[in-house]
Every structure is written in structure tokens, then in C-alpha cells.
Design a protein around this ligand. Structure first.
Ligand SMILES: [Zn+2]
Length: 412
């Protein structure tokens, strides 16, 4: 058993602590899982299938691991890359082809055919349009030293609107489209291997389906995709991040429980929306099944399942949260000043924030500390208290998304 399969067993037993879905945490390595099936664990993963016509890549990984991917693949096979499928247009999945394409140019070999969903090029367009925003929020999310985000993309050569089957050599790849993490998501069923490549519909963490700083996600459709995968009775699940899952029972359990987690959040949220509840009530009422979050593949280490409620509100509702004061609100700083003058100044707010934090009410403490600094932006003491409270909040959270935002707030 090689490094990746060993990792797979340790992950299933719950021995991997860190989320694999972050650039610095992914275990980087390559292993041939079955004859002609290479698997690169990285940020993100790549599944490579050797066919009579050349290699087929499912995903291509990111610029972080492009060089390593090339080295590992070339130590395994010298065949050209016939086809590459982007499971979706996130930048950690579409930047690994560069070294292979350069090599093919030098050797005069045909260009790789890149396949993606038809919404993928529109995603790349949005990334150009919102380049600065994406640079800023990814810096905040991952704690990068610099705000950087790519402006040029290797476009797909062919796009597909729905399900689509391709045959390369004698291997059949059934490309299936379902919305989930993105609107352009594909997952792939390889019947001859009884293998599913899930893309980011499975990532060894609670589904990244609420992400506070990213575009719309699709919790209900995501659960549907997982149920479709489950119905296939696969023997191997290759995820977009983290190690494979081997064995029919394990694959079934992981897909079933991931779908169940999403389904209960969707059902509870929709039921309350349909009763006319405010977002605030829904956020504090939806119950997330804690037993599921303890599964090694559903830990809330990357995204926070509570954020999924907001994504559903955004998907099915409007931006109005039901609190009329929020419709055309006063400036945050004006409200903070009103509150500060009522309680005897920003200092009183900051002091109360400290007391609440000491009393384990970090949620309330954050509001008061933020008000204190908004009311008195030059007050060094209030700034210090606010920074400490957000640092403490970051430590108390489990998800990288929440930690990133609170850490950035502490640094402000
Ligand atoms: Zn990814």
C-alpha cells in the first residue's frame, strides 16, 4: 500500500486533523490506485486514466501544484494528455495543464482537448470582472500574504450543457452535470472502474455550500447529485480534495450521510421561509445534526454548515432579511455612535464586550466591540479589545472560512 491509500485509511479512521481543502494543508503525493489509474493528491486532486489514445485527466489541479503534477505524471507515463475535464472553473482545478501543453508544443503533439460545462467560460468572465474582489477575499479566506487572483484562463475547447458521455481509447467516461458548489459542476462516472470522480461535491469536509464570500451555491441540487452518485453503487470514490474512499459500503455511507446533512438543512430552512420567518429566526433555529459533523468526512473544518442557511435564503428569497430597520439602514458608524452615547461612551461598550467575551458570549462581544471601534475609530484601547475578541473568536470557530474572516478583522 502506497502513501495515498495509507492516507485514505487514516482519513476514514478519523486520524487526519487538518482539512485537506486548503492550499497549505493538502497532502501532496501520487499513487497508481489500479492499473492505468493514477491519483494525484494535491490542492486540488487529479485523477489520470491511461487509455490507448493517451491520458485522460479529471481535473488539472492549481498553479501551486502544476509542476509537481507534471513530474509525478511523467514518472508514471510518457503518454500525451488526450483529454482533460474541468469539474468546475474554480482556480484550484484549472491551472495544472501548462507544463503538459508546453511539452506537447515542443514535441509537436496535438493539443489537449479540454472539456467543461457551458457555464464555465461565463465563470472565467466573472473572475476577470471581479478580479480585485476575488483577490481580496481569497487573501482573507486563506491568509495569503498578497491579494492575487488570475486574470487569464485556459478556456475549455468544448463545453457541454448537461450529461454527456465520452469514450477515449476503450474507456468510457460519463460526465454528469449537477449544480452544487457551483453552477458549472460536473462529476464523472467511470463504469469500467466502478469509480466516481466527484470534483468538489465531496471534499472530506462539510460541504462548501455556504461560503460567505463567494457566489451562489446550490444545497438542494448538491444533495440530489450525491443521491445520484449513491445509486451507482461505486466501489471507489475519488474526491476533488483529500484521499480516495475505497469499498462499496464506505462510499455508500459517505455519500448517504453527506446528502442527509444537506437535506435536513434545506428542509428546515424552507419550512421556516414558507411560514414567513425572518432570516434571524431561521439562523438561530435550524438544527445541524452534530453526530454527522463528527464524521471524518463531514467535519466543519472548511465551510460552516450554518452558513448554508444564508445561501438558501439568498437562493430562494431576496436580500431583505425581514428586519425593517435593515431595509434602508443608517450607517453602521452612526448607529454605533448612538449606542455609545446611550451607554456612556465607546469605552463602556468595549468594557462590556470584554466581560461578555469572558462570559463565553463571543457572539454578543463581537457586536459590542465592533460598535465601540466604529463609534471611536481613534480609540486605541477599544481597538485592542476588538482585536483580542476577534482573535479569540477565530480560535473558537472550526471552519477555515470563519477563522479567515475573524483573523482578518483582528488585523484591521
Ligand atoms: Zn476545489
Amino acid at each position: 500500500m502506497g502513501e495515498i491509500l495509507e492516507l485514505a485509511e487514516r482519513a476514514w479512521q478519523g486520524e487526519l486533523r487538518e482539512t485537506q481543502v486548503a492550499p497549505g494543508n493538502a497532502v501532496v503525493g501520487f499513487e497508481e490506485l489500479a492499473p492505468g489509474l493514477g491519483f494525484m493528491s494535491a490542492f486540488s486532486n487529479v485523477a489520470a486514466f491511461a487509455t490507448d489514445e493517451g491520458l485522460v485527466f479529471l481535473d488539472t489541479s492549481s498553479f501551486f501544484h502544476a509542476k509537481r503534477l507534471h513530474e509525478e505524471i511523467r514518472a508514471w507515463s510518457d503518454a500525451p494528455i488526450h483529454t482533460a475535464v474541468y469539474t468546475h472553473g474554480h482556480v484550484d482545478h484549472v491551472f495544472g495543464l501548462g507544463p503538459f501543453e508546453e511539452e506537447a508544443r515542443q514535441k509537436g503533439q496535438p493539443r489537449t482537448r479540454v472539456l467543461a460545462h457551458e457555464a464555465c467560460p461565463e465563470r472565467f468572465e466573472r473572475y476577470v470582472l471581479t478580479n480585485g474582489y476575488n483577490a481580496v477575499i481569497n487573501q482573507r479566506q486563506f491568509g495569503f500574504p498578497e491579494p492575487v487572483f488570475p486574470k487569464k484562463y485556459r478556456q475549455p475547447d468544448e463545453t457541454i450543457g448537461g450529461d454527456h458521455t465520452i469514450v477515449v481509447g476503450s474507456t468510457t467516461f460519463e460526465l454528469r452535470h449537477d449544480k452544487g458548489e457551483t453552477d458549472d459542476h460536473l462529476w464523472i462516472w467511470i463504469p469500467s472502474e466502478r469509480t466516481i470522480y466527484t470534483g468538489d461535491l465531496f471534499i472530506w469536509a462539510s460541504p462548501n455550500c455556504g461560503n460567505p464570500q463567494k457566489a451562489q451555491r446550490f444545497p438542494r441540487e448538491w444533495a440530489v447529485a450525491l443521491r445520484k452518485m449513491q445509486a451507482l453503487g461505486a466501489e471507489t470514490l475519488l474526491p476533488g480534495h483529500g484521499p480516495p474512499i475505497l469499498g462499496r459500503n464506505r462510499v455508500n455511507q459517505a455519500l448517504d450521510e453527506s446528502a442527509s446533512l444537506l437535506e435536513t438543512i434545506v428542509e428546515q430552512t424552507l419550512a421556516m421561509m414558507n411560514e414567513g420567518a425572518r432570516l434571524d429566526d431561521i439562523l438561530h433555529s435550524v438544527e445541524i445534526p452534530q453526530a454527522l459533523l463528527e464524521r471524518p468526512y463531514l467535519r466543519p473544518s472548511y465551510d460552516d454548515p450554518r452558513f448554508i442557511v444564508r445561501n438558501l435564503w439568498r437562493l430562494y428569497g431576496g436580500w431583505y432579511d425581514g428586519n425593517p430597520a435593515h431595509l434602508n439602514p443608517a450607517r453602521d458608524a452612526d448607529l454605533a455612535q448612538e449606542i455609545a452615547s446611550l451607554v456612556g461612551g465607546a469605552e463602556a461598550l468595549a468594557k462590556r464586550a470584554e466581560a461578555l467575551a469572558a462570559d463565553d458570549r463571543l457572539d454578543l462581544a463581537c457586536h459590542l466591540a465592533e460598535w465601540a471601534v466604529q463609534a471611536a475609530p481613534e480609540d486605541k484601547n477599544a481597538q485592542g479589545i476588538r482585536a483580542t475578541i476577534f482573535k479569540t473568536r477565530a480560535k473558537a470557530e472550526t471552519s477555515l472560512m470563519a477563522k479567515g474572516i475573524y483573523r482578518a478583522a483582528a488585523r484591521d
